[in-house]
Design a protein around this ligand. Structure first.
Ligand code: FAD
Length: 581
């Protein structure tokens, strides 16, 4: 493969989801800004977000940012950095009004204010009762955010490089000089050099067999950085959303329960009353997902007798056709399309589905990526689902991710604009793409090699069965061994299609390599943490252990090994307490 084309910008943003676009709107005010995206931006996973974005506006009932911050900390099982959670909750109010001013068509109250609804773990008065905090545009909130932000980016002349897949990051002596990307339409390699680079590449739920995540959610950003020596934070915490469509994983938003839907077992019992007597079906996701699995394990799943394909019902029949049509139209459509049922008349068969990465690239509250000693990488930023700031701790509350994108995407955008004003010039040379070109040439070499499809299937199954909702040392050890073997086999895979234009065989292989690295890091981090906290639930260590484990983990990938260290949690506002709901 020949040498790469070089482009120069002040700011390069990797990812055109909610995070990347908001950061671009801020950065482009004073800095020459480019957004690179392997998808067309409005196909980003943010567009699939359904239920809402939280902010203590108090439009429907009394609410305060402080209560929101507290819920976030408690929901995250006290692994949240509390200063960051305060910023999230306080800046939420302004962030939502800014989205409104940019043109986002929120649902309205009869008085014309932004309407709000209930969501899991959001309460008034430090846990007293569920509160209506989620602002929403029907069940298409993410779609509306993406459309609104993309239009603003076009208006402000942000440069877009759509269908450019980033395959390497240029990092030298703790400084970031930009990224290397593959132009999908031509197969050419390009260098984008920049004074500041933001990773906003989203989640990596595609590690798991059953997932709510889009095909593109392969964790490219965290994986590329991990291979260049950046540690990843709290990777053992991966959220399973309680209500995916049984057997498919397609998400049925928590908004269904926010509007009054209830979970029922085979006896038509509202079983959440035994697990979370105050918040019931609106307890945080980790608790509801575990409750569903426990019901099934104890033979109270629908069909019963502890069969592995048992499930529970999400009953939304009491909501009535009007609420479903006006507030949950997409969900209603999904049920009709995928299950052939009308949720106004029949309960929906559901099971937990892999959903959200709480862990990721460690950053400070300005979006700057930090190393294991607390030092800052010059010119390297991350925000959104690929980052860990950490506002979600061990378990994210619903509607707090869209908020995270807006609040921390904006902060990163602002900080980059300031940083590039005084930053040194560009320093990247043409050979910066050498490693990426070598990697592609390796995948293009002659011969057949092992089947990448099989490797992918085995990875997804291993993660699902051994690194899922309930974990233990034996299963996790098996997972680490299996993933190590799969990474070994991956070294010999080759692209069967050797053409240059739109070579999805090649891009699939690159993405599989990223998923394998993140799977291994997740499994090793999970084996390391010997307690149960939030979404990380160990049968062999069933209790939370603040004395030994109230700390973030940092995982560093060193070829075939993952080395774990730790850093303290900011508990400056609230003392950790046992979690009851
Ligand atoms: C079905 C579903 C429903 C959800 N509902 C809600 C909700 O109601 N409320 C809520 O708060 N959260 C919700 N979430 C979570 C939330 O939507 C996501 O966490 C969030 O949208 C992630 O945004 P992001 O900007 O970080 O990444 P994304 O929106 O995933 O965007 C990632 C971007 O990075 C680009 N990219 C990735 N890799 C590369 C690469 N190698 N090269 C170039 N570009 C790359 C992609 O093209 C894309 O543009 C939901 C998630 C799912 C899956």
């Amino acid at each position: 493969m020949e040498n790469a084309v070089i482009h120069s910008f002040d700011v390069v943003i990797a990812g055109g989801g909610g995070t990347g676009l908001y950061a671009a709107i801020e950065a482009c005010k004073t800095a020459k800004t480019a957004v690179l995206s392997k998808l067309h931006p409005i196909r980003s996973h943010t567009g699939a977000a359904q239920g809402g974005i939280s902010a203590a506006l108090g439009n429907v009932e009394e609410d305060k940012p402080e209560w929101h911050a507290f819920d976030t900390v408690k929901g995250g099982d006290y692994l949240v950095d509390q200063g960051a959670a305060m910023i999230l909750a306080q800046e939420a109010v302004q962030a939502v009004y800014e989205l409104e001013n940019l043109g986002l068509p929120f649902n309205r109250t009869p008085e014309g204010r932004i309407d709000q609804r209930r969501f899991g773990g959001h309460t008034s008065n430090f846990g007293k009762a569920a509160v209506q905090r989620a602002c929403y545009a029907a069940d298409r909130t993410g779609h509306m955010i993406l459309q609104t932000l993309y239009q603003q980016c076009l208006k402000h002349n942000v440069s877009f490089f759509n269908e450019f897949q980033i395959i390497d990051v240029i990092l030298r002596d703790g400084r970031c000089g930009g990224v290397v990307a593959l132009e999908l339409s031509s197969g050419e390699v390009h260098i984008f050099q920049a004074k500041a680079t933001l990773f906003a590449t989203g989640g990596f739920g595609r590690m798991f067999k059953t997932t709510s995540n889009a095909y593109a959610n392969t964790g490219d950003g965290p994986a590329l950085l991990a291979r260049r020596g950046v540690p990843l934070e709290d990777m053992e915490f991966f959220q399973f959303h309680p209500t995916g469509i049984k057997g498919m994983g397609i998400l049925i938003s928590e908004a269904v329960r926010g509007e009054g839907g209830v979970l029922l077992n085979r006896d038509r019992e509202r079983f959440m009353s035994r697990y979370a007597p105050t918040l019931l079906d609106l307890a945080p996701r980790d608790m509801v997902a575990r409750a569903i699995i426990t019901e099934i394990r104890q033979g109270r799943g629908i069909r019963g007798d502890q069969r592995i394909d048992d499930y529970v019902h999400l009953d939304a029949t009491a909501l009535g056709k009007n609420v479903l049509r006006e507030k949950l139209p997409d969900i209603t459509g999904f049920c009709k399309t995928y299950l052939g049922i009308d949720p106004a008349e029949n309960p929906i068969p559901v099971l937990p589905t892999a959903h959200y990465a709480m862990g990721g690239i460690p950053t400070d509250t300005r979006g700057r990526v930090v190393d294991e000693n607390g030092g800052v990488y010059q010119g390297l930023y991350a925000a959104g689902e690929c980052a860990c700031v950490s506002v979600h701790g061990a378990n994210r509350l619903g509607t707090n991710s869209l908020l995270d994108l807006i609040v921390f995407g904006r902060r990163a955008g602002k900080d980059m604009a300031g940083f590039v004003k005084d930053a040194d010039g560009l320093w990247v040379k043409e050979d910066a793409a050498a490693a990426a070109i070598q990697q592609i040439d390796r995948l293009f070499r002659e011969g057949r090699g092992p089947s990448s499809g099989r490797i992918r299937e085995e990875m997804e199954l291993t993660m699902m069965e051994n690194v899922g909702i309930y974990r233990n040392a034996a299963d996790l050890t098996r997972a680490v061994e299996k993933l190590t073997e799969l990474r070994g086999r991956y070294q010999d895979v080759r692209a069967q299609d050797r053409r240059k234009r739109f070579n999805t065989d090649l891009t699939d292989l690159l993405e599989l390599g990223n998923l394998l690295d993140l799977s291994l890091i997740t499994a090793v981090s999970s084996l390391n943490r010997k307690e149960s906290r939030g979404a990380h639930s160990r049968d062999d260590y069933p209790d939370r252990d603040d004395e030994n484990w109230l700390k973030h983990s940092l995982a560093k990938l060193e070829k075939d090994r993952v080395r774990i260290s730790c850093k303290p949690v900011d508990t400056s506002v609230w003392e950790p307490k046992p979690r009851t709901y």
